[in-house]
Design a protein around this ligand. Sequence first.
Ligand code: ADP
Length: 384
Amino acid sequence: MSRIELRGVSKRFGNTPVLNDIDLTIAAGEFCVFVGPSGCGKSTLLRLLAGLEDPSAGEIEIDAVRVNELPPARRNVAMVFQSYALYPHMSVHQNMAFGLQHRQLPAGEIEGRIAEAVRILQLDGLLQRRPKELSGGQRQRVAIARAIVRQPKVFLFDEPLSNLDAALRVQTRLEIARLHRALGLASMVYVTHDQVEAMTLADRIVLLQPLAGRGDAPSVAQAGPPLELYHHPANRFVAGFIGSPAMNFIEAKVKSLGDGCVLADVHGMPCAARLSPQGLTPGEPVTLGIRPEHVLLGQGTQRARVSHVERLGELSHVYLDLPGASVPLLAKSPRDDIAIGDLLPFALPAAALHLFRADGVAQARGALAEVPVEAREAAPTRGS
Ligand code: ADP
C-alpha cells in the first residue's frame, strides 16, 4: 500500500498545456479512477506517475519520497496497458517470469509468485500458450498477472478494458474489483473515459476536464467518492459527465428567493429548487439541472407532450417537449405503455433540482440536501 501525492503538477507538450495545477493525494490502498473525455490528459497523468513522462512543473511523491527524478524501474509501480503489451514470442509463463528473472529473483520465488497470480486470475491451463493463442480477455488477464507478480507498490491501469467486447468488459471489471480486494487493498490508479467504469470501480473519482478555452484553470474538475460527484456535482461539466443518460439542462431565470429554496422561471413554468439562495439575484439567468431518473412522470400540475420513446425493457426513456426549450427533457420511467404524442403530467422535484450559475458553478444544496427522493415535493417559497 502506497500513498501518492501530487503538488502543483502541470504538463505541457511544447507550447501546448495538457495538464494544469494538479493537487491530489491518493491514499494508501485506494482505488482511484482518472476519468474524463478523450484528450483531457488522463493517460499523460498516469504516465507522469509511472515516470514515462516528466512533469513541466510540480512535485510527485510516492510514500513521501520525491520521485520526479526516479526512472520508471525504480518507482516500484506496474502498468497495465490497453494494448496488453505482452511479448508475442514468449509463452504466458515466460511473459510473467521475464521481469523477475531480469531482477535475478530466486527460481522458487518466481514460481511461487506466478502460481499465486495464476490462482487469482484463473489462468490454469494457459501457461504454455503464446499471446496469439489467447482471447482478448485472457490476454488482458495475463497482462494483469504480469503486473501482480512484480508485487508493485502501485498498480497503474491505462484503459485496460477498452479492447474487450461489452460482456467481457463487465466480467473483467468485476475481476479487477475482486483483485483489488484480494491483493490486500493494493493502491490502484485506473484511467478510463467510461463514467460507468469509473462509478463502479472507484473509491474515488478524479474527473479531469480539457484545458482548451479555460485559461489556466486547474485540470481537476472534481475529485471525490462516486456518489458525491453524482449527487453533488461541483459544476455543470461534472453534472453532465457523470450519470447515464446525462443530466437534463434547462435554461431558466431566477424568479424569487426563499428560505432554503430558489424559485426559477422556465419559459413561464415555475420551478422550485431546494437550494441555498445565497449570492443569487432575481432575474439572473441560470441553468437548472435534473437527472432523467428524478423526473416524475404522471405526477404534478405541469403537462408536456411526448416527442420520442426508447423502450429498453426494464425501463423506458421518455422525451418530453417543454414549451420554449430547444432540447427535449428526458425522463426514465418503468412504464412501457407511453407513446409518442401522449400528453403527460410531470414534476421536477424541488430537492432533485440542481442550479448552475452563468460561470457553470453549482449552487450549494444547503441544509436540506439529504431529503429522500420519495419525499421530494415543491418547496414552499417566499415573495414569488
Ligand atoms: P487522454 O488519455 O485523456 O485521452 P492523453 O493524455 O492521451 O489524453 O493526451 C492529452 C493531450 O496531450 C492530447 O491532446 C494529446 O494529443 C496530447 N499528447 C499526448 N502525448 C503527447 C506527446 N508525446 N506529444 C505531444 N502531445 C501529446
